[in-house]
Ligand binder design. Structure first.
Ligand SMILES: Nc1ncnc2c1ncn2[C@@H]1O[C@H](COP(=O)(O)OP(=O)(O)OP(=O)(O)O)[C@@H](O)[C@H]1O
Length: 928
């Protein structure tokens, strides 16, 4: 007891003190870290600290001594030495300062902490893997538990790499805007572009978002709702709010219901008092601005959007409620660019011509040079007409299309994928069910008992006992009455889902519906209750009544017609002949074809004919009705044609450029490399004492063993976790962790290895003809270290790059003659205490070899640094030039982006100039 030892695996604990030795166990206290560890004596990963003559040591009281002699008194070391004034002093080891770090390789080696060859190699491999990941063009996109879908990955890659992206994600319902947004956020967080993120969603979606972010992206958001904050001082004065404790300062990533901001100015003030790198607003069509009247939601988001650097707005129906609101939302993204509504409308109509033009280029028709000259250089046009082979032609065609798209206004700001472009979606089938009997007025009490629609619904449930069905009605009251009737009077397993339920109750209802075995057969939703929800496990939708506008109709169908829907979507609409519902059904179906096809033109037609529709629904004249129906058909046809030809195509093309998307997927597949990951992690688990057991052919159970070599293994709960490396398995089993190179367990353990002394020293012997026995060699690995802010993303130009050198005692540089892959198989292990002896006895020659290695590595460092500087010049320079050129013709390029890139470029060069070398690991090799 009283001896000083250090942990081999947790050097950061500082100097340990033996407290107790009993029953083959040893207990150490680590005063610097305030921790205690008990190890089994047989395999304790600890090393005795024994300073040598010449070392400088320090006591806990701050006394510094240069050691002149070491005495061993009954197992306790007494250090004799000289203090600052040259006086002789004594220091017992128990008095040594515990705040001592032995994590540098030389310190560890000389204090006898010699690692195994395996650990040394694992450390080098870790560095290499980090380099590979950081150099991948898709760094940050790999870790999500999602299918690799081209249209999503294209957008994520395009936007996630930008500085402070400000975009409107407007894919059609159910195409995965949440996934796209999650990928962008994940990428921005992983690559250091963002660290503080605020997500605002409708009240009903907060839990779904929270779960989606965790389950799909391993991102732990903090949920702030009114209920949660009620525990905080309630009546905050708006002016005082920022000075009080601000809940938005307590973490980095937040999800809040938008109502928290609209209903509580104090909380808005708190949010405004913080910096945000990214603000994300889901279901952004609620942010309306009509005839200059901004809704509360709009005002709130406008204020936050000014504060936040990046802004992602998500909506499936961007033009719902008219072009003015659409334009106003674009203005949130870029106020400088979108200030003139009339000019915007004019520009939109010009897109039609551009769309036509691109369509003909794509079809291989020779474009008229004068048509394209404003977009494309004469050289490119020339190349188009002289291209001979089909490959050459298609390459030039793609270039022309890319050039035009690059310069197209909204293309950089707005992304909209459609089902038409994405493919693989099921069909939608309308079942219009003619009822006999009367439909009761839902305002009457007890209406459900007398209503023909309810009778039909009950019959449907009876006939389809094994089908899950989503029933949507307009109001929450109707949903509630219906639920009560079906449940209590008819005995069906149904549940209601509406805005009147608390969020937890809504999630519970959704989960009850989703439960395949014992769940509800029907979920009865009100209109807004189901917005954004994922119910694609059901393939039947009953519209108990019809919504009053086409966007709501699309939202309803979108609950089922989503990615992951495997069957055709059946839409049931019960109606009584000659009723208002019958007419509305006719209008949607015959007029707009809004049930069986995604209806892009619905909002447009409704904006023009909505008033006429409302009065025709009331009118007794069938002539009026037929006229309106015909008008609707004609207008729908015109708008459809107009959209088909122009803007739609342009946006579609820009929302997923196939060639680039394919490159992203290729890069991801290469980056994923799951066999290598599995092999690497399996060795890491062995090294740290994590037990691995097969769970299935593609999954394993990981459990911390009794000999776990660290206090906390990242993301490993005490009772273990099941993991898979296979994406398909991860998609079908959400309870299983999906390990990728970007999973926090993997990145966490890599960080742990890199930031600790794990494997940074080794001693081996080698038999090599040309090298005389007794010769000492040193294999040293250096890293270039630059302390730069993470937002600069220095790793893109200078990824973690191990620089390895091999020198011998004659000062020769053998790095190239004996590269690592050649040397490694020749090395022989030696017992640990022999290794410790060698390290101690050869301390002076090793120190000289380290100096020599530092000289030798200088050459490699210079090369690496000039590579990094040219990478900055090339990549950023090219990007700046591209944006500058484009900004002349495309006003959607924000000047701030270009300014920021230029600033980054000079800052990066400054930081690179201050780079220094750090010795990361060393292996001493003795020729025998
Ligand atoms: N790449 C993917 N891999 C696996 N599942 C996906 C993928 N993309 C989307 N999904 C699933 O498809 C459904 C629709 O996705 P999401 O909710 O992101 O769509 P959305 O466009 O936001 O829908 P809405 O317009 O209704 O808000 C969700 O259940 C989502 O989990």
């Amino acid at each position: 007891m009283g001896q000083r030892w250090i942990s081999d695996t947790e050097a950061e604990l500082g100097l340990g003190l033996v407290l107790d030795v009993a029953d083959r166990l040893v207990t150490l206290s680590f005063p610097a870290a305030g921790e205690r560890r008990t190890y089994s004596i047989n395999n304790a990963p600890i090393t005795r600290v024994r300073y040598q003559k010449g070392d400088t040591i320090r006591s806990a009281d701050g006394l510094k001594l240069q050691v002149t002699r070491v005495e061993d008194l009954d197992g306790i070391l007494i250090y004799h030495g000289l203090d600052n004034q040259g006086r002789e002093r004594l220091l017992e080891e128990i008095e040594l300062d515990s705040f001592v770090q032995f994590s540098t390789p030389a310190d560890r080696l000389f204090s006898g902490q010699v690692d195994s060859q395996k650990r040394f190699d694992l450390r080098l491999e870790t560095l290499e893997q980090v380099r590979k990941q950081q150099s991948s063009p898709t760094y940050g996109l790999l870790g999500a538990r999602v299918q690799m879908l081209a249209h999503q990955l294209y957008i994520a890659h395009e936007v996630g790499n930008r500085y402070a992206p400000r975009v409107l994600l407007a894919d059609e319902v159910g195409l995965g805007k949440t996934i796209e947004a999650g990928l962008i956020v994940h990428q921005q967080l992983v690559n250091g572009r963002a660290s503080r993120v605020l997500i605002l969603v409708p009240d009903s979606l907060v839990h779904q978002w929270l779960v989606e972010m965790l389950r799909r992206f391993n991102l732990r958001f903090t949920l702030l709702t009114e209920e949660r904050l009620r525990a905080e001082p309630d009546e905050l004065d708006v002016d005082e709010a920022p000075t009080q404790e601000n809940p938005f300062e307590s973490a980095q990533l937040f999800i809040c219901p938008l109502s928290l901001m609209t209903d509580h100015p104090a909380h808005l003030a708190q949010a405004l008092a913080c910096d945000w790198d990214l603000l994300l607003v889901d279901e952004a069509h609620h942010l309306t601005c009509d005839a200059g009247n901004e809704s509360d939601a709009y005002r709130v988001v406008a204020a936050l959007a000014q504060q936040a650097l990046g802004l992602l707005l998500l909506t499936a129906t961007p033009e719902q409620l008219g072009v003015e609101s659409h334009f106003a939302r674009l203005r949130l993204l870029d106020p400088d660019r979108y200030h003139d509504l009339a000019a915007f409308v004019q520009q939109e109509s010009d897109y039609q011509k551009v769309g036509d033009l691109l369509q003909s280029v794509q079809a291989g028709e020779a474009p008229e040079p004068e048509q394209l000259v404003q977009w494309v250089s004469p050289e490119l046009l020339q190349a188009w007409s002289t291209a001979e082979s089909p490959e050459e032609k298609s390459e030039v065609t793609q270039k022309i299309i890319d050039r035009v798209l690059d310069q197209h206004g909204t293309g950089r700001v707005l992304f909209r994928n459609t089902r038409h472009a994405v493919e693989g979606f099921p069909s939608r089938i309308l079942h219009a069910v003619e009822l006999t009997g009367d439909v009761a007025d839902t305002d009457q009490s007890d209406w459900a008992r007398q209503c023909a629609k309810v009778h039909w619904l009950a019959g449907w449930l009876k006939q389809h006992p094994s089908e899950k069905v989503l029933v949507i009605c307009h109001s929450a009251n109707t949903a509630l009455d219906l639920e009560a009737h079906l449940r209590f009077e008819e005995g069906f397993a149904v549940s209601a889902f509406h805005e009147g339920l608390s969020l937890v109750a809504r999630d519970r209802a959704a989960a009850y519906f989703a439960d395949q075995e014992a769940g509800a057969q029907a979920l009865i939703c009100s209109e807004i209750g189901s917005e954004g929800r994922n119910f694609q496990f059901a393939s039947h939708l009953i519209m108990f009544d019809l919504p009053d506008n086409p966007d709501l109709l699309e939202q309803r169908i979108g609950r089922l017609d989503r990615i992951g829907q495997r069957r055709d979507v059946n839409i049931w609409v019960p109606f009584v002949p000659a009723s208002e519902t019958a007419r509305l059904l006719e209008w949607y179906h015959q007029g707009l074809n809004a049930f069986e096809q995604v209806c892009h033109i619905g909002a447009g037609v409704y904006a023009e004919l909505g008033d006429a529709l409302r009065s025709a629904l009331q009118s007794d004249s069938s002539g009026d009705w037929q006229t309106l129906l015909e008008q609707t058909r004609v207008r729908a046809g015109e708008l459809r044609e107009k959209m088909e030809q122009g803007r739609n195509r342009l946006l579609e093309m820009n929302s997923c450029r196939t060639e680039k998307a394919d490159q992203v997927i290729e890069s991801l597949i290469e980056q994923e490399n799951r066999i290598e990951l599995e092999d690497y992690m399996s060795r890491v688990f062995d090294a740290y004492g994590v037990d691995q057991e097969a769970h299935s052919s593609v999954s394993q159970v990981l459990v911390p063993s009794d000999h776990l070599q660290c206090a906390h293994f990242p993301e490993l709960p005490a009772d273990g976790v099941t993991v898979t490396y296979q994406r398909e398995m991860a998609l079908s089993r959400e309870d299983v962790e999906f390990l990728t190179w970007e999973h926090p367990m993997v990145t966490g353990v890599m960080d742990m290895i890199r930031s600790s002394g794990f494997g940074n020293t080794a001693v081996a012997t080698v038999k090599l003809g040309p090298i005389k026995p007794g010769t000492l060699l040193l294999e040293a690995v250096f890293l270039v270290s630059v302390a730069a802010p993470s937002a600069l993303q220095l790793f893109r130009y200078l990824p973690v790059t191990p620089l390895r050198v091999l020198v011998d005692s004659q000062g020769r540089d053998l790095s190239a003659v004996l590269p690592q892959d050649k040397l490694q198989p020749l090395l022989q292990k030696i017992p640990r205490n022999t290794a410790q002896q060698i390290a101690k006895q050869a301390r002076d020659p090793i120190a000289l070899l380290i100096k020599r290695a530092e000289q030798v590595v200088e050459g490699a460092r210079t090369g690496l640094m000039s590579q990094a500087v040219s990478a900055v010049e090339e990549k950023l320079g090219a990007e700046i030039e591209r944006l500058q050129a484009l900004s002349v013709v495309n006003p959607a390029i924000r000047p701030v982006e270009i300014e920021r890139l230029s600033e980054d470029k000079s800052l990066l060069k400054e930081y690179l100039a201050s780079a220094s070398l750090k010795l990361d690991a060393l292996r001493v090799i003795l020729a025998t």
